[in-house]
Design a protein around this ligand. Structure first.
Ligand code: THG
Length: 364
């Protein structure tokens, strides 16, 4: 492929100078912003992530800010997840659905105050949906995209690196909780979260001014920890079963099909609740499953149909060779008739037909 030409529509981030200097190898575009895809190679990056600590420019995880007297009311309409017991230091993974129960996004919600939330969104213009509801109902709430850029610090040595920069208080942050911690003359929301299962944090950097100072400070403090630049890693995240909205699931899927039914527990009405009632009761007609694909596979840059007896029974949209597990790991959306672990199906890749087998669990 040729290069991505930057423009006002394809935004750089406050950390772009650091990403470029670190020798980024590829980009994708996510929420109209650059997102690195690898540095050394996806394989080498995965191996390093599992042993050391990496700093990730995930500024493209844009915040949809919901602020004002009706903030909780709007959050209750948007969220299948019960918002009422959420604490003001908590993050929630929330599927967001349309009136038919179709997935629109799967953000992390951050509660900053009783009348102030961020939705840290996956690829999609969720702010327009939220704004439309607010306008149509005449809600007293601001819906905006503040200039907040998450920087993730991921890997087994993340606690040690973060403690050097933000103090030992980071060690006491629980999973999907946050603290406001000082950096220079400001403070940031620092959460224990991130799109890997290697442990770590996300720092919500407010404004562009502190982006490079924070980036440089993390690197200056991590030489002996072998800190390096990284990014969401396609091998580690498939092994871990972390879903990518737009690839693994999209608007034609419900949260139950995505295995996210446990996050649909709101007692009150929300947009899509009635449409989801049947799947809440009887289960979905298809579901996300870990899969192993046999033989050589090329890159998966589209969805590959799953076939059984000449009939399509699902698809795979994420697949990659895992050096750690020695197999091609994949995330499939598989019909009920074929979703039991051990079921074998054919995968139609553009490189030819391959056999695949449904697994019982993701790899971590
Ligand atoms: N962090 C932040 N914003 C994000 C992402 C993130 N926005 C885009 C994208 N990632 C949103 N999607 C996800 C998908 C999975 C998780 C978080 C965001 C995730 N899931 C864990 C899991 O499935 O095991 C934990 C879920 C839970 O138990 O609550 O972390 O990564 N800021």
């Amino acid at each position: 492929m040729a290069v991505i030409t930057p423009s006002r529509r394809v935004r750089k981030t406050p950390f772009s100078p650091g990403v470029e200097a670190a020798g980024v190898g590829g980009y994708t575009v996510y929420n109209h912003m650059l997102l690195p895809t690898f540095f050394e190679s996806v394989e080498a990056d995965a191996a390093h992530l599992k042993q050391h600590v990496q700093v990730w420019d995930v500024a493209c995880e844009r915040q949809v800010q919901i602020k004002g007297p009706d903030a909780l009311r709007l959050m209750r309409l948007l969220s299948p997840r019960d918002m009422d017991r959420m604490q003001a230091d908590q993050c929630y993974y929330v599927p967001i659905v349309d009136q038919n129960g179709g997935m629109l996004n799967d953000p992390v919600a951050i509660k900053l105050a009783d009348d102030h939330y961020w939705l840290s969104v996956a690829d999609g213009d969720l702010w327009q949906f939220a704004l439309g509801i607010a306008i149509a109902l005449g809600l007293d709430v601001e819906v905006s995209e503040p200039d907040v850029s998450p920087l993730a610090v991921q890997g087994p040595k993340a606690d040690d690196l973060m403690a050097r920069v933000f103090g030992d208080a980071v060690r006491d942050i629980r999973f999907f909780r946050y603290k406001r911690l000082a950096f220079e003359d400001t403070e940031f929301v620092v959460a224990r979260s991130g799109w890997s299962k290697q442990g770590g944090f996300e720092i919500y950097v407010d404004g562009a001014d502190y982006g490079m100072p924070l980036w440089e400070c993390l690197f200056a403090n991590g030489h002996d920890l072998k800190v390096r630049a990284g990014c969401p890693n396609n091998i580690e995240r498939i092994e871990s079963g972390l879903l990518s909205f737009g690839s693994d699931m999209r608007r034609e899927n419900t949260p139950y099909e995505c295995g996210l039914g446990r996050f649909c527990n709101a007692p009150d009405d929300y947009i899509g609740k009635a449409a989801l009632a049947d799947q809440a009761e009887n289960g979905p007609p298809r579901i996300i499953r870990p899969m192993v694909i046999e033989g050589e596979i090329g890159p998966c840059a589209q969805s590959w149909p799953l076939m059984a007896a000449g009939r399509q029974v699902g698809q795979i949209a994420s697949a990659v060779y895992s050096p750690e597990f020695g197999v091609n790991v994949a995330i499939g959306m598989v019909d009920r008739s074929h979703w039991d672990a051990g079921t074998r199906v054919e995968v139609l890749t553009e490189h030819g037909m391959r056999w695949a087998e449904v697994q019982s669990n993701f790899w971590r």
